[in-house]
Ligand binder design. Structure first.
Ligand SMILES: Cc1cc2nc3c(=O)[nH]c(=O)nc-3n(C[C@H](O)[C@H](O)[C@H](O)COP(=O)(O)OP(=O)(O)OC[C@H]3O[C@@H](n4cnc5c(N)ncnc54)[C@H](O)[C@@H]3O)c2cc1C
Length: 420
């Protein structure tokens, strides 16, 4: 859709800049983070203002912006890629901060970035040992190529384990046959992480996780009509008798299942960062706007009907942000203690509960603040409608609300079991 006319007053427009939104955001978040993290966040924000914001074109897909992010190693910050190892500026907390800062400037960009950088990048970083796979990772983390992940099928959504996609072992290669749907970045992706099973009756024992490359024969991708995020391509990905070389296997027979489930924790945590980002974007926009907009002869923030709900939502957002950052600490523990099953079990439930809470709250904040701001929040003069649309997607991507609650409820049941 072409950009609409501007009806925002010059005064409010001059205050509602991304720089000001970052300024206010920093006042909230700085007390929660370390000096190093603050310095990192300031650097990211400066880069977003100088390089990303001027390059955003709302009529174009987000993908050209990957290259700009890649120049500063901002495609992801979860893993120590490039020269990050020595700096210490990586890990889930840094990834969460990157997601928040990116979402504030461009919510759609962050959605697509998390998929290529974390959801695709993390398993490749963890399980891709050989030189060829390392080259794939380089291209993706530099923002030159695009990655995606193919789990969901037409008939297997929440019940992802019981997939129908098959992978047959054929000597020196694997034969993949699959139809995956809702693949974020899929129609434009260069690389696909695909899951398939050798025996559909035994998915846990026979699941593979492989990297498929765009040039392989037998791949077709088509775009789904998802109107809420027009600059991100979501697709149907078809793999017909695709020959996958053994070197592209990340998780071998049965290993694919373990990788799928351990990978979901990082995926959920990263989405928490994006959800918090879109919530902060709209919450601060509302705070600035309602402190400037006048009706009935006064600033609308002075009406109890405006400042009370805004304050309540900020309180909830502060609490969710503390919790979100805690997912970063919990994730670090899982890396430190790879063999401690109790830590992994706790974190699986913790990440699900937090992802549920953050994405659900982001939606509530965007919806409520839009109503509190009024009509202008429905136009493209503000980023509220876009943030709201992205929050819709964040609640289902990485597993729907109910599935997050099911995973958390299992942990609750286990706790009470000990006294029953
Ligand atoms: C925009 C977008 C981007 C996406 N990106 C990707 C991607 O990049 N890669 C990928 O693989 N997938 C992706 N997905 C897929 C997403 O993860 C699935 O949509 C999600 O897992 C739910 O599957 P489903 O849509 O088939 O719903 P279903 O599984 O059919 O569920 C429908 C409803 O039933 C509920 N439900 C199902 N089972 C239960 C249960 N046991 N108890 C209670 N309620 C239940 C669900 O919560 C939901 O409300 C994306 C989806 C969207 C919309």
């Amino acid at each position: 859709m072409k950009k609409g006319v501007n009806i925002l007053s010059d005064e409010i427009k001059s205050k509602l800049t991304t720089r000001n939104i970052y300024r206010i955001f920093n006042q909230f978040i700085f007390p929660m983070i370390s000096n190093d993290e603050r310095e990192f966040l300031r650097e990211v924000e400066d880069y977003m203002l100088e390089r990303i914001e001027p390059s955003i074109n709302l009529d174009k897909d987000v993908y050209e912006l990957f290259k700009i992010l890649g120049k500063k190693n901002y495609i992801q910050r979860l893993n120590p890629y490039g020269d990050l190892a020595g700096s210490g500026r990586y890990g889930m907390r840094y990834e969460l901060l990157l997601a928040m800062a990116t979402s504030i400037v461009d919510p759609e960009l962050d959605l697509a970035r998390v998929v290529t950088g974390v959801i695709f990048g993390n398993p490749v970083f963890k399980y891709g040992g050989n030189k060829h796979v390392q080259e794939i990772l380089d291209q993706v983390l530099k923002g030159e190529k695009i990655g995606c992940i193919c789990i969901t099928e037409r008939e297997r959504g929440s019940d992802a384990v019981h997939m129908r996609s098959t992978i047959e072992e054929r000597g020196d290669y694997l034969l993949l046959n699959a139809e995956k749907v809702y693949t974020t970045n899929g129609p434009v992706a260069d690389y696909f992480i695909v899951y398939g099973v050798t025996d559909i009756e035994n998915p846990r024992g026979t699941m593979y996780q492989v990297i498929v490359e765009r040039e392989f024969e037998g791949i077709e991708t088509y775009r789904l009509g998802i109107t809420s995020i027009p600059r991100v391509q979501i697709g149907q990905s078809i793999f017909k008798n695709v020959k996958v070389p053994k070197g592209n296997v990340l998780g071998g027979r049965g290993g694919g299942y373990t990788n799928l489930f351990t990978g979901l924790v990082a995926e959920r945590d990263a989405i928490v960062g994006s959800s918090l980002g879109v919530a902060w974007l709209t919450a601060i926009t509302a705070l600035i706007y309602t402190n400037l907009r006048e009706q009935f002869g006064q600033r609308i923030y002075q009406f109890q009907g405006i400042y009370m709900p805004i304050t309540q939502l900020f309180t909830e957002l502060m609490a969710a942000t503390e919790l979100g950052l805690q997912t970063g600490d919990e994730y670090r523990k899982t890396l430190k203690y790879p063999d401690k099953a109790d830590i992994h079990k706790y974190n699986a439930a913790f990440s699900s509960g937090t992802k549920f809470l953050a994405s659900n709250l982001a939606h509530k904040i965007n919806y409520e603040m839009q109503q509190l701001i009024g009509g202008i929040a429905f136009t493209d003069n503000l980023r509220v409608e876009k943030a709201l649309a992205v929050s819709h997607v964040q609640e289902i991507i990485g597993g729907s609300r109910n599935i997050q609650l099911i995973l958390t409820s299992r942990a609750l049941r286990d706790m009470v079991k000990s006294i029953l």
